[in-house]
Design a protein around this ligand. Structure first.
Ligand SMILES: *Cc1c(COP(=O)(O)O)cnc(C)c1O
Ligand SMILES: [Zn+2]
Length: 453
């Protein structure tokens, strides 16, 4: 069976384009474009057959199906030739049972999807493998595309630079100067991308990259390009698969440009349409209070929407005031009885620290999602017997200065209740013993003189 996908205007005007067209908005009405699939063709396999196929491919060496994204190739990007796939075996990330944190907050069935445990340290790899593979196919087929470009809050540019480097395609990245972490800045530099640090914020970079990519030889890799969403939508499918095809009650996800929450919903809806699941989870979108246009719109039942000027936030990857995928996200939240909640700087930093003390290593964006979870528990919206998954979007190691600042107590607007600075002591065993005793109850075991351990 040959499956088929295409780009279609999300405003329902019906206009379609090829996934290989260099186009990001509908020529008729200006709407964004979504990838659509011939769902009727996909029904040629039963739900059980799809499950068995996806299961069989997990981490297999049969190129490219061992990747969490390409293991679902028929649902993601059926037409690209396997030899043009650019994959780093993204996906299949750990679904961590947060036993200690769950105990603390009275939620025994709490899980964290560690989607930042990936090649470039964030979930952005899931989408970038698809986009860069399609570009490689286009170039092989004689398209005028010569380079790829994106605006980024740090993780998109890292992923684009890595996948483009692996494919031998030049990359151009636009970063808001001084607003991404050191690790995020050095990633595209290391991969040889042209890094343009602009004196503006993410929204300002986004405006410029859209103008630059009016030149059709430079392909736009931001999430207004829905090829990325096709890869990202596998995260929800993978979570359900990891629970032996059981649907959790809640999925909580940090949100900025709103591509990821839209993708999450898209994957789950396709599963339902093909009969792999018969109910949907509820989705909670977590925003930083300093960059909260979706939250404000939610308060009006999505009747009103105004972009905001995003303020500085520790959750720098979601410091976005004019989210490109607003319309897509609202559709998803309506289908999933969605809620939107926000977290202050103090709340997100403490929540990340609590997660770390329970064995996570949470990035600040994951801190926003954890803080939102605690609020939903407090007001009884999430109840103790429910199964909840928090999506962790990046690896905490990308945000070392966030953590150092927290534990040194130097983060503005953060009280740092869980700060754990190092004790600096003289090299004296008695002082050391007293310091241990003050913190940890250790056995009375007097080892006696000279036992030499
Ligand atoms: C990109 C990103 C997000 C937000 O995803 P959107 O699709 O922009 O909503 C959240 N967390 C991290 C770490 C990210 O890199
Ligand atoms: Zn249209």
């Amino acid at each position: 069976m040959s499956y088929h996908s295409w780009l279609e205007c999300i405003r329902g005007c019906g206009r379609r384009y090829s996934i290989y067209d260099v186009i990001y908005r509908c020529e008729d009405c200006g709407g964004l474009l979504d990838v659509e699939h011939s769902v009727d063709d996909l029904r040629d396999r039963s739900a059980d057959e799809w499950k068995a196929l996806f299961h069989r491919r997990v981490r297999s060496n049969e190129w490219p199906y061992g990747s969490g994204v390409w293991g679902k190739k028929e649902w993601v990007c059926p037409e690209v030739d396997p030899e043009n796939v650019v994959s780093m075996y993204e996906g299949h990330t750990n679904l961590f049972w947060a036993e200690q944190l769950g105990k603390e907050v009275g939620l025994p069935d709490l899980w964290v999807k560690l989607s930042g445990n990936s090649h470039t340290g964030s979930f952005k790899d899931l989408g970038m493998t698809v986009l860069v593979s399609v570009v490689r196919q286009m170039m092989a087929d004689g398209s005028p595309v010569r380079a790829v470009a994106c605006a980024s809050t740090g993780d998109t540019s890292a992923a684009l630079a890595a996948y483009a480097a692996a494919a031998g395609i030049p990359a151009i990245v636009f970063l808001p100067r001084g607003k991404v972490s050191t690790a995020q800045l050095v990633q595209p530099l290391a991969h040889g991308a042209l890094v343009l640090a602009l004196d503006t914020d993410f929204d300002g970079c986004m405006r410029i990259v859209q103008e630059v990519t009016a030149d059709k030889s430079i392909y736009l890799a931001n999430s207004m390009n829905s090829l990325r969403m096709e890869g990202q939508k596998t995260v929800g499918i993978e979570i359900v698969q990891q629970f032996d095809w059981e649907v959790p009650d809640w999925i909580i996800i940090p949100a900025g440009n709103l591509g990821n929450v839209s993708a999450l919903g898209k994957g789950l809806l396709l599963m339902r349409d093909l009969g792999l699941i018969d109910r949907l989870p509820r989705i909670a979108c977590a925003q930083a209070a300093n960059a909260n246009p979706l939250y404000l719109s939610y308060l009006s039942g999505f009747e009103e929407y105004r972009p905001v000027q995003a303020q500085k936030t520790l959750a720098s990857a979601i410091q976005i005031g004019a989210p490109v995928s607003y319309e897509r996200a609202v559709k998803v939240l309506r289908s999933f009885k969605g809620v939107v909640e926000q977290a202050t700087e103090d709340e997100l930093a403490d929540a990340a620290a609590r997660g770390d003390r329970a064995g996570l290593y949470a990035c600040p964006q994951t801190g926003v999602a954890l803080a939102v979870l605690f609020k939903l528990i407090d007001r009884g919206e999430v109840s103790p017997e429910q199964r909840v998954v928090v999506i962790s979007t990046a690896h905490g190691l990308k945000f070392t200065s966030f953590k150092v600042g927290y534990h040194e107590g130097t983060q503005a607007a953060v009280e740092a209740r869980y700060a754990n600075p190092p004790l600096e002591l003289p090299a004296d065993v008695d002082v050391v013993r007293r310091a241990i005793q003050a913190r940890i109850v250790v056995g009375a075991g007097d080892r006696g003189a000279g036992t030499g351990y």
